[in-house]
Design a protein around this ligand. Structure first.
Ligand code: G6P
Length: 491
């Protein structure tokens, strides 16, 4: 394994699959750095320069691997050059095709899931990939350092790291939902137990909502043998501390793993400032051209991700146009669906389906002067902000989502206030449910009715709701999320 930096032994360490920066290898052989995206990276990036830390992440592609080889990198970032096949098995095979599917309940019978010999082979890679992280963290960490491990990619790291370095304070944070126990136990018993034991190697486990934390506790209760320990507290209630008390085993004394909820909100100050920069204004002008004067705008911005439920969102919009022809020519659905995990066939097919359904709506209802769906697939943060500013309605209808920051960002940025149509299955629902129009994400006609109600809502009510949504959505900015966990891990 090669490192980009010989860092001093650190007191604060972060570990995640995707790091704050990734490199593209250009045709002329140069390396172009790109900032990482997503809630996890924005949350962790809020650490700021006042906390000296080391961030351990994986080299994601050829550009990153080349950067490691050339010793190119950022201060405080250590990129692991994991064997390409092991990485692909662990990331594409196990993390994104199995663990992501379990926690988001995305499997479709009768074909999936199939836990066969190929799964077992990939699982061995997942273990090796987790071990590489644990070893790197063990080597970098100073005495008694605090280590914050992120997400389902690295569920085994806490247990492995504790074996290597019992002196460390270890936290693990799940950015995804947690599946109900009967769904979680679709995983083979030994694998389900290994995952839970790996996570329970931590001193503290963090979840985005009470719902996910209590689902995790139900999995522990339903999957681990009773003799391994006992759960105390109830994540759903208001009743203080929740923890798992490990029974003493051999030479290991009893110890506790806390189970805690740290919500993550939008960074209001940053968004307000960034959304008024010239590149955003430019893109607003271009979007206004595409939308046409005097029309209302329904906006969605997502990775093209099965759990985001983009196709049902389009079908709901189609139903709205069908049932309420008075809205034809008067509304445009601006849908940004940015490519994600394109190494997986099911994501590529979903990307095609999104484009097909959007084109179908346009050919069924569009006129010479009106394009009902404006679909953009080229990732562009400034254009996302431009769409947020123009939004009259924001559609956030995931079938399941750990939090969903778009739901929290649009109300902060929208110029004229916007109505949020929000799935009850998004983590953000716990904080925003009262002021959003809440939908069951599978219910296409119900979602169409919510879109209709959103378009028809009066200015006054819309403005009041937007204010409350923006306040709730920015109450826990990324820095508070991060520092809360760090403080909780203090010895
Ligand atoms: C989710 C996960 C994150 C991940 C992001 C993007 O939000 O919880 O860990 O970074 O998706 O997924 P990707 O596979 O592109 O890293």
């Amino acid at each position: 394994m090669v490192t980009t930096h010989a860092a001093p032994r650190a007191q604060v360490l972060l570990a995640s699959n995707r790091g704050p920066v990734s490199y593209a290898l250009k045709d002329d052989g140069s390396l172009e750095p790109k900032r990482g995206g997503g809630g996890l990276v924005s949350g962790l990036s809020a650490i700021g320069s006042d906390v000296e830390s080391v961030w351990v992440c994986a080299a994601l592609g050829e550009g990153d691997r080349e950067a490691v080889r050339r010793g190119v990198g950022e201060h405080g970032v250590r990129m692991l050059d994991i064997d390409a096949e092991v990485f692909s098995d662990a990331y594409n095979g196990i993390a994104n095709s199995v663990l992501w599917f379990v926690q988001h309940m995305l499997y479709q019978t009768p074909l999936e899931p199939v836990f066969d010999a190929e799964f077992r082979r990939q699982w061995a890679s997942y273990e090796a990939y987790n071990r590489a992280f644990a070893q790197a963290l063990a080597a970098e960490a100073g005495d008694g350092a605090r280590v914050l491990v992120q997400d389902y990619h690295l569920a085994l790291v806490p247990g492995m790291l504790r074996e290597l370095r019992p002196d460390l304070r270890i936290g693990h944070f799940s950015h995804t939902p947690w599946a109900p126990v009967d769904y979680f136990r679709m995983l083979p018993d030994d694998i389900a137990r290994q995952l839970l034991r790996g996570m329970l190697g931590a001193d503290r486990l963090g979840f985005l909502t009470r719902r996910w934390a209590s689902a995790f506790m139900a999995s522990v209760a339903g999957v681990l043998p009773a003799g391994e320990g006992e759960l105390f507290g109830a994540a759903e209630g208001e009743s203080g501390r929740c923890f798992f008390r490990h029974a003493p085993a051999g030479s290991l004394p009893a110890r506790d793993t806390d189970i805690a909820v740290h919500s993550l909100g939008a960074d209001g100050d940053f968004l307000r400032r960034r959304s008024h920069e010239p590149d955003v204004e430019e893109r607003m002008a271009a979007l206004r051209e595409q939308i046409g004067a005097g029309r209302k705008t329904i906006v969605r911005v997502d990775r093209t991700e099965l759990s985001k439920n983009i196709v049902r969102g389009l079908l709901a919009y189609r139903h709205l146009l069908e049932e309420h022809p008075e809205w034809r020519e008067r509304v445009v659905h601006v849908a940004f669906a940015y490519p994600s995990r394109q190494d997986l066939a099911v994501y590529r097919e979903y990307t095609e389906e999104v484009a097909r359904v959007a084109a179908d709506i346009n050919s069924s209802y569009g006129t010479e002067s009106w394009t009902p769906v404006v679909l953009h697939v080229q990732d562009d943060f400034a254009r996302s902000l431009a769409a947020y500013r123009l939004a009259d309605v924001a559609l956030v209808n995931p079938v399941r989502d750990g939090m969903n920051l778009v739901a929290k960002e649009v109300p902060v940025v929208s110029d004229a206030g916007c109505v949020l149509v929000l799935s009850r299955e998004a983590g953000a629902y716990e904080e925003l449910g009262e002021d959003a129009l809440v939908v069951n994400p599978y219910d296409v006609t119900g979602t169409a009715s919510a879109l209709y109600a959103a378009l028809s809502m009066g200015e006054g009510e819309r403005g009041e709701r937007t204010k409350r949504l923006a306040a709730a959505g920015t109450a826990l900015p990324p820095r508070a999320w991060f520092l809360g966990q760090l403080e909780a891990l203090a010895p």
